[in-house]
Design a protein around this ligand. Structure first.
Ligand code: G3H
Ligand code: ZN
Length: 287
């Protein structure tokens, strides 16, 4: 991972939107990786992996990073990386908790925001999602929404009231909310699975048949490759991964931190994350 240099003006693909990269996914029947970022070294390694596979990336800022005060720093890191790379990068808010948080991200230059109203009453999810879409689309930013609460623990946020997405709600939701992507709960969970996931592929196919926008699979960590491939065949166009990548990074750190080499300390962590990200990218891209 050699030193990076700013690219010439004509070389730069600045930050792009979720809608633009998901169009590529729809046209090619693949899925775009959405990788959570939490520091400087992670996105550096992830962008190297995207470049090696020549694949757009959605770099995702989640509630854990936001609660740790990293929102503005991570936004600046991603913008800097976008000025130095040839692959399209999306700066995306993950599981936005309020309309106000999505507006803050619009101000910070995000090109995609998720509002996750799946744990609220359906009517409230519709109302808030409509407000987020109106603000974001007014400034050319894409929106991901969610129906069917996803279980597990993500960034310290755990949800008990899990439910599989209700097809009638999907039909009602997409009729009145003009979102660019829709995350659906089909039995997927955040964090590493205890045992084999039980994904409801029939329900996924039925969602797609309703004419939804591109669908999103959350909880990518620990999902068997054959299930990922099947989900993509059935219409998943964005796959989120966080836990597995963080674990790979931390295992690298554990292996080197005792060497007291301050600048070499992250080398193994970045290599671990780079290699795992390339594996995930090839899987999502059908390579
Ligand atoms: O929102 C983030 C993703 O859904 C990550 O899920 O940690 O199970 O990979 P994961
Ligand atoms: Zn998620």
């Amino acid at each position: 991972m050699g030193p990076r240099r700013p690219r010439r003006k004509d070389e730069i693909i600045l930050l792009t939107t979720l809608q633009e990269v998901l169009k590529i996914a729809e046209d090619t029947g693949t899925a775009i990786p959405a990788f959570n970022i939490d520091n400087l070294e992670g996105p550096e390694a992830l962008v190297e992996a995207g470049e090696a596979e020549n694949c757009p990336l959605i770099l995702t800022v989640g509630q854990g990073a936001i609660n740790a005060g990293q929102l503005w720093y991570l936004a600046d890191i991603v913008k800097r990386l976008a000025s130095q790379t040839k692959i399209p990068l999306v700066l995306h808010l993950d599981h936005g908790v309020s309309y106000e948080q999505t507006v803050l991200c619009l101000r910070a230059g995000f090109t995609s925001v998720m509002y996750d109203g799946s744990h609220h009453p359906f009517e409230e999810n519709v109302r808030e999602s409509q407000a987020v879409v109106r603000s974001a689309h007014a400034v050319g930013v894409s929106v991901e929404c969610e129906l069917g609460a996803i279980s597990g623990v993500e960034d310290g946020i755990s949800h008990k009231n899990v439910n599989l997405v209700d097809l009638q709600e999907v039909e009602q939701f997409i009729a009145v909310v003009d979102c660019d992507a829709l995350a659906v709960g089909i039995g997927n969970a955040h964090g590493m699975y205890q045992g084999t996931p039980n994904l409801d592929f029939d329900r996924l196919a039925a969602c797609r048949a309703l004419g939804t926008p591109p669908l999103v699979l959350h909880g990518g960590s620990g999902t068997p490759d054959d299930m990922i491939r099947k989900a993509i065949q059935l219409g998943i166009r964005k796959v989120n991964v966080a836990t597995e990548l963080r674990m790979a990074f931390m295992e690298g750190l554990e292996a080197t931190v005792g060497q007291r080499d301050f600048y070499g300390m992250y080398r193994q962590a970045k290599t671990n994350m780079y290699e795992l990200a390339r594996k995930k990218i090839r899987l999502f891209q059908g390579k």
